[in-house]
Design a protein around this ligand. Structure first.
Ligand SMILES: C[S@@+](CC[C@H](N)C(=O)[O-])C[C@H]1O[C@@H](n2cnc3c(N)ncnc32)[C@H](O)[C@@H]1O
Length: 359
């Protein structure tokens, strides 16, 4: 028996989803997982197949830390007239013809949702509406936007339409981080990617990890979830963030050394400590302070890190200001780029940059 699932993530992280699922499958004794990044060219999607039951593959996929949603594909077709509103009638008819086992019981309620990319004379709301009508053309089912049993996803990319049952209700990347949830909280799966790329397997787990701009501690929590034995430390100039990060760690049953401190003075704040891994999501907005440039911020961070890191340390950062970052890096040859990849995040395109300490 072959099962197939399609999985959403941020653009730029698709290969990590496949890699993580392979690792989960191998650990669970499920052999032969095949994966595809960007099936049909769809950015932000990965597809996986395994010689397993759909339930077994779904149980593995629902444990992914790198993904947002898991979808069981039901149908895919080409729109005959993607540049006309006639496409909506085709979508309704195709959905009405589908046999979706999840929608078979009389009492189930459902909702239809859609994402759409490309040039079309209709919106994603139009697609969701006609898909919902298609389900009800086949058999009356209650529509409920909040208290639904089944979510049918109908996604349109240019002239291609895919239909699937979404197995995740909330995005897997929306972690319950604890009582403190500031607006700049990093998506859980991007935090996972920053950590994973700093220490990809088979590199051993980190022992001492620092986030010098820790905010609510998302990266510290994610690090503890991935490597329970790691000792985590975090710094932030905001007292509210420091107490929030400590509260979040405590709520998850973890401890960490979290201090009020300026990352530009990390050598003083963390004097005597030696970190083998530094992972962070530095500030990127306007509020970094008067007379402060991003080149200076990164430069002072690079100048401070050698005193508090091990000679083989890795530094993994989510960088929005790439020009400033590169300029600071040129001036601090103690670090070289090991890996860089662009990720789509909230409509912006920051880069995950992993550095090796070389001096
Ligand atoms: C993008 S947020 C980090 C968010 C964090 N990853 C989370 O998910 O909660 C950047 C953080 O850097 C802090 N910050 C700004 N300038 C700083 C500095 N010079 N040293 C240390 N922290 C600083 C801000 O207070 C903010 O909490």
């Amino acid at each position: 028996m072959t099962a197939r699932l399609e999985i959403t993530t941020n653009r730029g992280l698709e290969d990590l989803v496949v890699e993580e699922l392979r690792r989960l499958a191998a650990a669970a004794g499920v052999p032969g997982v095949r994966g595809e990044h960007r099936p049909h060219g769809l950015a932000g999607w990965a597809a996986v197949e395994a010689d397993a039951t759909p339930e077994v593959l779904a149980a593995l996929a629902l444990r992914l830390r790198s993904a947002h949603h898991v979808v069981r594909p039901v149908h895919a077709f080409t729109l005959a007239a993607p540049d006309s509103r006639d496409a909506l009638a085709q979508i309704q008819a195709e959905v009405a013809a589908l046999d979706v086992p999840e929608l078979a019981p009389d009492h189930v309620s459902f909702r239809a949702t859609s994402t759409r990319t490309g040039q079309h004379p209709f919106s994603s709301e139009d697609v969701a509406r006609v898909a919902g009508a298609g389900v009800r053309d086949r058999a009356w089912r209650a529509v409920s936007l909040k208290a639904y049993d089944v979510e049918l996803r109908v996604d349109v990319r240019d002239d291609r339409c895919t239909v699937g049952v979404q197995l995740t209700r909330e995005a897997l990347s929306r972690r319950r981080t604890g009582p403190y949830l500031p607006h700049m909280t990093l998506q859980g799966n991007v935090a996972w990617a920053l950590l994973h790329l700093a220490r990809p397997e088979p590199a051993g787990p980190p022992r001492e990890l620092l986030d010098p701009f820790c905010g609510g501690g998302t990266l510290l929590l994610e690090a503890k979830a991935r490597w329970p034995g790691v000792r985590v430390a975090g710094g932030d100039t905001s007292e509210g963030s420091v107490s929030g990060a400590l509260a979040n760690l405590a709520a998850a049953g973890h401890t960490g050394d979290v201090r009020v401190g300026d990352a530009r003075e990390a050598d003083r704040v963390w004097a005597g400590r030696r970190f083998d891994t530094v992972v962070s999501n530095p500030p990127f907005g306007k509020r970094i302070g008067p007379n402060m440039s991003f080149t200076k911020l990164f430069g002072e961070l690079f100048a401070a890190l050698p005193a508090i890191t091990t000679p083989d340390a890795r530094v993994s950062l989510l960088v929005y200001k790439r020009g400033a970052f590169n300029q600071a890096l040129r001036e601090h040859p103690a670090f070289t780029v090991r890996h860089a990849r662009v990720v789509e995040l909230g409509g912006l395109h920051p880069v995950i940059i992993v550095l090796d300490r070389v001096g």
